[in-house]
Design a protein around this ligand. Structure first.
Ligand code: GDP
Ligand code: ZN
Length: 370
């Protein structure tokens, strides 16, 4: 967030403050205010229509004029928009203010394009349950997504009441910290209220989202943060990660302690989408080591002068972390390859070569055994 605008927002838009309005949005919106348009934040989208919170209340608006062919530019929850001052129901969204950040996921279908899930998110809270064994690879995957969106990640180890021994808890925090350089790691018990204030302090300004596996305690956390039972806690039925909430019609809610929470279907368990930058940030220490390898295109497999291999040998870098890095880099390349024809052709060439090598090896084996 920029600190270039010390002015506080004008009084007419004060009702938008609990929704994340600030002086920078006011500046971005000024040309549209001059045209008599009304500012608002999208709190829900469905089938070309959206609900927009404006200073005069929530209005229904049609996105027909602003929806381009590019699926990434479709209006989504969290967007700041300009709507018609009055008139029909629905009104029309006239413009979409440039996004600060965006959460995008790869569509599970064969279509290679991304899908925009939430806009203007400042904090990505990755919930990790302490009720089950830690899966650091999964934490790293969520963190890659979080960084890639432009939001600042924070890891919340939830259900801390289930780990009463402080030494064990401290070790678990340490383990997660090695997988999350540059990311605060908190322990929270929504059940007892422990750690909630620290979390509120971290996300109390700006907009947050909750990410994490089903059953991680996201709904419980959301209820605690919002201060009302707005999310349906029913982990068992949330198997597809779509998190259908029947008890709320808004996907964007002001928090009782300040800040805003976005919780849209599909956002909680997103997959990678061209998250190269995000992956690099999650594994920043490996990228720093790699910069010191003798060969700039070192694969850290068996090359001489490899700083990554040296760090593994010395115990500075864990094999688990290096393998997790490789896995996410590969996964990301595969997703990018779906959209990038040139890279696709290159990978195919590589596969052909590997295929030929594989066939040669098979033949050699057969020759050996026959
Ligand atoms: P979600 O799928 O990530 O939304 O997870 P839920 O919020 O539905 O929680 C999954 C299960 O964990 C539910 O049975 C909750 O009651 C339980 N749970 C959530 N938070 C806590 C906590 O702080 N302590 C304990 N012991 N259980 C919790
Ligand atoms: Zn290397």
């Amino acid at each position: 967030m920029s600190s270039s605008s010390p002015k506080s927002p004008s009084s007419s838009s004060r009702p938008l403050l609990p929704y994340g309005w600030d002086a920078d949005w006011e500046t971005a919106f000024a040309p549209y205010a001059a045209q008599g348009l009304v500012a608002g934040r999208v709190v829900r989208v469905d089938r070309g229509l959206c609900d927009v919170v404006t200073p005069g209340g929530t209005v229904r608006a049609d996105t027909e004029f602003v929806v381009p062919r590019d699926p990434m530019k479709v209006v989504c929850t969290g967007d700041w928009v300009a709507v018609d001052p009055e008139g029909g129901d629905p009104r029309f969204v006239r413009t979409l203010l440039p996004r600060r950040t965006a959460f995008v996921r790869s569509t599970s279908s064969k279509r290679s394009d991304g899908q925009i899930l939430a806009a203007n998110v400042d904090h990505a809270v990755v919930a990790v349950s302490l009720a089950v064994e830690l899966d650091l690879g999964r934490v790293e995957r969520f963190l890659a997504l979080a960084w890639e969106s432009g939001a600042q990640p924070v890891v919340v180890l939830s259900k801390a009441d289930l780990v009463p021994d402080p030494v064990t808890l401290a070790h678990l925090v340490q383990d997660v910290e090695t997988a999350a350089p540059g990311v605060p790691v908190l322990t929270v018990s929504a059940l007892h209220g422990d750690g909630l204030d620290v979390l509120r302090g971290l996300i109390g300004s700006g907009t947050a989202v909750l990410l994490g596996q089903s059953g991680a305690g996201k709904s419980t956390l959301a209820n605690a943060l919002v201060g009302a039972d707005v999310m349906d806690v029913r982990a068992a039925r949330d198997v597809d990660g779509k998190g259908r909430h029947t008890t709320t019609t808004r996907n964007l809610l002001p928090l009782s302690g300040g800040g805003v929470l976005i919780d849209t279907p599909g956002l909680r368990g997103v997959g990678l989408f061209d998250a190269e930058v995000g992956v690099g940030q999650v594994f920043s220490e490996i990228e720093e080591l790699a910069a010191r390898c003798r060969f700039h295109d070192c694969s850290h497999e068996s090359e001489p002068g490899c700083a990554v291999a040296a760090a593994v040998d010395s115990g500075e870098l864990s094999v688990r972390r290096l393998e997790s890095y490789r896995k996410l880099v590969r996964e990301n390349q595969w997703i990018v390859a779906k959209t990038d024809a040139r890279l696709r052709a290159e990978i195919r060439k590589d596969w052909k070569r590997k295929g030929a090598e594989g066939r040669a090896a098979m033949q050699a084996k057969r020759g050996h055994w026959s």
